[in-house]
Every structure is written in C-alpha cells, then in structure tokens.
Design a protein around this ligand. Structure first.
Ligand SMILES: NC(=O)c1ccc[n+]([C@@H]2O[C@H](COP(=O)([O-])OP(=O)(O)OC[C@H]3O[C@@H](n4cnc5c(N)ncnc54)[C@H](O)[C@@H]3O)[C@@H](O)[C@H]2O)c1
Length: 327
C-alpha cells in the first residue's frame, strides 16, 4: 500500500518512522508547505526529493496513492481531508479530527457521501499501559464502574501553534483523554461542566489549566483535572487514572496498573507488551481497513463523538453552565 504524507513537522517524524518500519506500507509522496522543513526531512529520512509536493492536489495528480496521512496542524485538517476524500483516497488523520465543530461535520459528511474511509489517529488507545488498564477493567472481574478520576499535569514548551491557540490543553491534548474515557467506559457523556484558567506563569495565550466534571451514561461520574503549565511532579502523557469499581479499585499511576479488592492488598498488574503500539498499530489498522476491508475502530464517524466532548467542554468553559452532551 502506498501513502502520501501531508505535513513533515514535529509529529511527521513519528509517522515517517512508522511507515519506514512497516512491512506493508510505503511512500508514494509527501506534501509540505515549508521548504526548509521539507529539505531537513528529506535529508534526515533519506526521502526522494522528487516526490515532495507543495500541495495535496499536485501530489495526487503526480503519484498514485492508496491513502493519505494527514499530519498538518488542526486548522488544515478539513481542507486536506476533504481533498483526499473527494479524490476517493482514504485518510488516516492526526487528531483532532478538525479544529471546529463545522469542519468536523464537513469531514464526516464528506466521508459519508463519498463512502471513503476517514479514520483518526487516537494513538493513546494503543499505548501499552492503556491497553493493560483496559484489559484489567474489562476482564479483571471488578464489576461496575461507579466513578473515575483523571489527573494530567505536565509543562511542555512547544512553541508554535499550541502557545497561540485558545484552550490549548482542551483542544490539542485533552481530546486524547476524553477519547480514552469513551474507550474505557464504552459509553458517551450525558452532561459536562468545566472551568479553565491560565496560571500567572503560563507561557500559553489560552487557558492552560482546567477542571472538568463529566457525567457519562448510567451516572458514571468522571473528574478530569489537568494542566499544561505544571512546574513539577509531572504525570505521564497517558495521565493517572483511578476507577472506583463495585469489586475494588483499579488505577493507572506512572503508567503502572495496580488493583485492590475489598480487604485485599494492592497488586501490580503485569504490563502487556503488544507487538504494535501507537502509530505503528494505527498504520497497520489503516492498511488492513484499506486492503482487506476490516472495520477500523476510530473512524471519523465515531471520533466525532470524542471531539464533541471537546467542543461541549469549551461551551461550558465559555458559558459557565452545565452543558448537555451534543453527541
Ligand atoms: N497523536 C499525538 O500524540 C500527537 C502528538 C503531537 C501532535 N499531534 C497532532 O499532529 C498534528 C501536527 O502537529 P505537529 O506537532 O506535527 O505540528 P508542526 O507544526 O510541528 O508540523 C506540521 C507541519 O505541517 C506543515 N503544513 C501545514 N499546513 C500544511 C498543508 N496544508 N500542507 C502540507 N503541509 C502543511 C507545516 O509546515 C509543518 O511542517 C496536529 O494535529 C497535532 O495535534 C498528535
């Protein structure tokens, strides 16, 4: 299978590594609007400079591709995804699906109208600690989940679009954790209430800290506390999770899963070691969907619900009100 990768910047590196390591996927071409970044990546990854184009339209006209990897910043996701879908070429897009509800809806509409696959790279689902937690929750015999606490605190200095955008934590990062909530709970939210703020030392223009309460189906309450400008004692990118269950407690702390049953001792759960994780897993899933017709999990139609949480949270942050879920 041959793909065109659009966007060779920061996250472009992870996809370049994943494709170059894949036995099934190879490059038909690349699109990059920044000539310096293109030249750097051509040299670093040994790419054919004749297959680097300034626009996806030009790339699609020049090379034959079975898929497009959309690794541009969020505000370009709609244009790139629509160009590929209208050309009948399946898309594996970086999260978030889009930067606005309208753009997300436009992508889902185009995928439905054309019948062409569009899936979103929610790579956190396929991290080994997350898979270990998922398996423990669903096969460990801990019974019904009654409540969840999620703590995420880091202080990355990215520069670039994240430091300029409104609500960088919620839009660019928390989408992973909101998507994981849907993954772990296998249900969707009912109501959402959030507050956000920007600590005095924050290096972001938009609010870098937030506290969000989400009521999921069957009254499962989730408390999400997070910051992207924390100055110490950071949590892993996967966040720390605590599930209050009928038959005990399951936690993911510092990427290790622990359990404790009533009157029992805390127990460490051995970590799973899946053969493919993160981008490598998603690339394989994309390949199997395109070539074998296997249904992928994080289609744009499904991911619209995860992204819907982001927009509902922002609505609550802006209005100060409890917001009914839009999905
Ligand atoms: N899944 C994850 O863990 C993860 C981590 C980081 C970033 N991301 C996502 O990856 C995407 C890209 O982020 P990044 O950190 O690589 O950003 P970046 O700014 O480092 O790189 C984006 C690249 O896309 C190029 N570009 C922009 N518009 C383009 C267009 N129309 N055609 C071709 N190239 C174009 C830019 O010149 C730049 O080189 C974002 O959606 C971001 O949220 C995901």
């Amino acid at each position: 299978m041959k793909v065109i990768q659009v966007g060779l910047g920061g996250m472009g590196n992870a996809w370049l590594r994943a494709v170059q390591a894949s036995p099934h996927v190879e490059y038909a071409g690349f699109v990059e609007i920044n000539v310096e970044i293109a030249a750097e990546q051509v040299a670093k990854f040994g790419l054919d400079p004749n297959t680097v184009f300034p626009s996806l339209d030009q790339a699609l006209a020049a090379v034959q591709a079975d898929g497009v990897l959309n690794v541009t910043p969020p505000q370009f996701h709609r244009a790139v995804s629509l160009t590929a879908l209208e050309a009948g070429v399946p898309v594996l897009s970086e999260k978030p699906l889009a930067d606005t509800p309208t753009s997300a809806q436009d992508i889902v509409d185009a995928a439905n109208r054309t019948g062409v696959l569009h899936m979103v790279a929610q790579n956190y689902r396929y991290h080994a600690p997350v898979q270990t937690l998922y398996q423990t929750l669903h096969q460990g015999g801990f019974g019904a989940i009654g409540g969840v606490t999620v703590d995420f605190f880091r202080g990355p200095h990215f520069g670039g679009f994240r430091e300029e955008m409104p609500y960088p934590l919620i839009i660019d990062m928390a989408i992973h954790h909101f998507d994981l909530m849907r993954f772990f709970l296998a249900r969707d939210p009912v109501t959402i209430y959030g507050r956000s703020w920007n600590p005095p030392w924050s290096w972001y223009k938009g609010d870098a800290s937030a506290s969000v309460t989400l009521e999921f189906g069957d009254g499962v309450m989730v408390s999400y506390n997070a910051s992207w400008c924390s100055q110490g004692q950071v949590t892993p990118w996967n966040a720390n999770w605590r599930f209050e269950c009928a038959e005990g407690v399951v936690t993911l702390v510092d990427d290790q899963v622990m359990t404790q049953r009533p009157d029992g001792e805390p127990e460490l759960v051995p970590a799973l070691d899946p053969p493919l994780v993160g981008q490598a897993y998603l690339l394989q899933e994309f390949y199997e969907a395109v070539t074998l017709g296997k249904a992928p999990v994080t289609t744009c139609q499904d991911n619209f619900k995860s992204l819907g949480i982001v927009f509902d949270v922002i609505q609550s942050l802006v209005s100060g009100a409890v917001v009914p879920s839009s999905t």
